[in-house]
Design a protein around this ligand. Structure first.
Ligand code: ADP
Ligand code: MG
Length: 697
């Protein structure tokens, strides 16, 4: 049943079909509801008056109480402009009008005090204020509220008089008649417990704040609500899954014990042990596991995965490990095979380049149950791949897989879902993890194996290249290997490839007699593999590459990572790349090379990398710099189309909202209580419109 808020925006006073079409197109505003949720993105405090000597060209606006000295007309007939000279006790300022000149000239009276409001800008090295709003000082009042909302808009809308003010006017037209239709979405006991103001008042004060206090209350209330419903949704999904999705009970640890006692090549870190216990608890529970395993590069996730596969195999179930690229699948296969062979378990590799005859054998062995572990790329989720009994699916580097692909894995078994362990080396800030993976349980390996020397990271300019080369030479002479990574992005692909090839050539020239590999995304898979393998075996000493080596590749003897044009990489990527070294016992180095010209953000990224090796700290800085929308893997999730919250800043509110949602579900998992009528109503309505929930989980 379409309600008041579904009313088309064109029916609002002051809109009409033409403006409606533009609001649709430019701001995605189709209905009354959409407009009402077009919240201001900041507020201007009209109680604050600036002095002329405080003005600068970067402030968004200024409000002055000044006296008019005189005015003058400048320029010829049609390009005439009006310049007015104002002063206060700190200095003088010019205001300029290019339009409405005669009218303004008549209005301005020398010697009168005015209140001006506008954006100071620099013109010919001098500050002036073009087209300020202006009122006679004695008549100035703050009737419209002293906190002026500022709404986002576009150039096209501005030309139709829908600038921030114009939009504010539309919203005021709508607000009064909306209030009676606004329903409370939260239960009264939650409003009371978290001291939240009710929905109608929140909407009122977000658009027309009575004062700073009410504004803060409105903002808090609306953010809480937004985050609460996201968390509620995620937690409900999780609950439904643990309740309804039976998982195989995988309890047998005999193989694990045998491996532990006879073949484990090193002592596990405490973090690895803890995580294995967490996973084992899930695997034996009879409920399907959905767990995210976070661990910085080199923290030893592979062995954890293998040990979990042993629990599965011991209990008569099969496992898969899915990797995002062929190179990685290969590497996982080789690593796991070494362990599996020792345990007498059959393991196979299935990728796009597996031959047909081989495929057939693999398919048969999977069906018969002879094959315990299958490693591969997305080739292994194809429908033809069927198992006797799939018990555990490990997904490495999750962000490259669509969620749909992940869920396809589940359907490999008819009656019970396989346990799913998603591994990622991309540390995700807690707030983001809670939202993106809020339906998953999270385990963290927050400790590196003992004896690792922290990677030393330095920043060098292009001009220092000779010294960098000398350093590389010393390292190679000591038997180490070196990565040199170049950026390659689609938009500037041709140029980037050229830089890469130029780089390759100059490296070959600078290091005569040293074998050099090159790998980039435009090469055939076979050639890439061949070059990669040569480097892994130590046949080549230098690997010139694009970010294809970003994920997971393990060459313990490589001790130097050189990143060219480092300013062009994001923090997460820089950290990933750095993680390619520091895997052996030797001291490793990361050298970030940039030109002298660095943007402020670029400088922050480089400084952060030099300062810390901690992936979570880096992820947090990344979130602050870029905002959540740009963090890898979040764009397509849809869940981050937040109206008012900012995951980079609202971690605390998020935590509170999640706790509240947890409490609600604890009391009333099906949301059937009368207390939760509001919540039910909101969920039903939200489903229709706001977020495409099918895109997550
Ligand atoms: P990642 O978490 O990045 O996938 P890997 O599983 O590839 O890390 O492990 C990195 C390296 O550390 C591998 O060579 C692995 O054998 C080794 N390793 C893993 N756990 C330990 C440990 N507890 N002690 C020593 N070395 C370990
Ligand atoms: Mg790995």
């Amino acid at each position: 049943m379409p309600g008041f808020f579904d009313t088309k925006i064109e029916f609002l006073k002051g809109v009409g079909p033409q403006k409606a079409a533009m609001l649709n197109k430019e701001l995605g505003i189709f209905t009354y509801g959409d407009l009402l949720q077009h919240y201001p993105f900041r507020y201007e405090d009209r109680t604050r008056f600036h002095k002329i000597n405080e003005l600068n060209g970067t402030m968004p606006y200024a409000q002055l109480r000044v006296r008019l000295r005189n005015t003058e007309m400048i320029g010829a007939q049609r390009r005439k402009r009006l310049v007015a000279h104002f002063h206060d006790d700190t200095g003088e300022i010019e205001c300029v009008w290019f339009q409405g000149v005669p009218w303004m000239a008549k209005k301005l009276v020398n010697g009168v005090e005015y209140v001006l409001y506008g954006k100071p800008s620099l013109f010919n090295g001098k500050l002036n204020i073009p087209h300020p709003e202006l009122e006679i000082g004695s008549q100035f009042s703050l009737e419209g509220g002293y906190l002026q909302p500022v709404y986002s808009t576009t150039e096209k809308l501005r030309r139709k008089y829908l600038d921030s003010k114009g939009i504010g006017q539309l919203i005021r037209n709508l607000l009064d008649k909306s209030i009676p239709h606004l329903r409370e979405t939260l239960p009264p006991y939650i409003l009371a417990e978290y001291a939240l103001i009710d929905k109608p008042r929140a909407i009122q004060h977000i658009h027309i704040p009575e004062n700073n206090d009410m504004l803060a209350k409105a903002v808090f209330r609306l953010k809480f609500e937004e985050l609460f419903f996201i968390q509620l949704r995620l937690l409900k999904l999780k609950l439904a899954r643990t309740d309804k999705f039976r998982g195989m009970e995988l309890t047998d640890t005999s193989l694990l014990t045998k491996f532990y006692n006879e073949h484990l090549p090193f002592d596990l870190t405490e973090a690895q042990k803890r995580v294995i216990r967490e996973i084992y608890t899930d695997m034996r529970s009879g409920h399907q596991m959905n767990r995210l395993l976070q661990g910085d590069v080199g923290s030893g996730k592979t062995i954890v995965a293998f040990i979990c596969m042993l629990i599965a195999a011991g209990s008569g179930a099969q496992s898969v490990m899915m990797a995002p690229t062929e190179i990685l699948a290969n590497q996982h296969f080789e690593g796991l095979k070494e362990y599996a062979d020792k345990m007498g378990l059959h393991i196979a590799l299935l990728t796009g380049s597996t031959r047909k005859s081989e495929r057939k054998i693999i398919h048969e062995m999977l069906l018969s149950g002879e094959l315990s572990i299958l490693v591969g790329t997305h080739a292994l989720i194809e429908d033809v791949v069927q198992f006797k009994q799939l018990g555990l699916a490990v997904v490495d580097e999750q962000h490259r897989f669509g969620v749909a692909q992940r869920s396809k894995l589940w359907q490999k078994n008819k009656n019970v879902y396989p346990h799913v362990l998603v591994m990622t080396a991309t540390p995700i800030p807690r707030t983001l993890a809670m939202t993106l993976y809020g339906d998953l349980d999270v385990s963290v390996i927050d400790e590196l194996p003992a004896g690792r020397k922290p990677i030393k990271t330095v920043h060098r300019y292009d001009a220092n290249r000779l010294r960098v080369n000398q350093f590389m030479k010393d390292q190679i002479d000591e038997g180490r290997q070196v990565y040199i990574v170049y950026p390659l992005i689609e938009e500037s692909e041709k140029l980037d490839l050229k830089h890469l090839m130029d780089g390759y050539e100059s490296v070959c020239r600078a290091f005569p007699g040293v074998p050099v590999s090159i790998v980039h995304g435009k090469m055939k898979a076979d050639d890439k593999d061949y070059e990669m393998k040569r480097f892994v075996k130590g046949e080549t000493k230098i690997m010139v590459a694009t970010t294809v080596i970003e994920v997971g590749v393990n060459v313990p003897n490589a001790s130097v990572m050189i990143i060219e044009n480092a300013e062009r990489f994001g923090l997460a990527q820089l950290h990933q790349l750095r993680g390619r070294v520091g895997r052996g016992a030797d001291q490793s180095y990361c050298i970030l090379i940039t030109s002298y010209k660095l943007s402020k953000d670029g400088r922050t990224r480089i400084d952060t990398m030099v300062r810390t090796n901690n992936g979570f700290e880096i992820a947090d800085t990344d979130l602050q710099l870029r905002g959540p929308g740009d963090i890898t893997g979040t764009q397509q999730s849809g869940i981050l189309d937040l109206l008012i919250s900012d995951l980079a800043k609202d971690g605390k509110i998020l935590q509170v909202a999640r706790t509240a949602a947890q409490d609600v579900l604890l009391r009333d998992p099906e949301l059937t209580l009368d207390d939760h009528r509001n919540i039910r109503y909101q969920i039903e309505n939200q489903q229709k419109t706001v977020v495409n929930w099918s895109r997550i989980s």
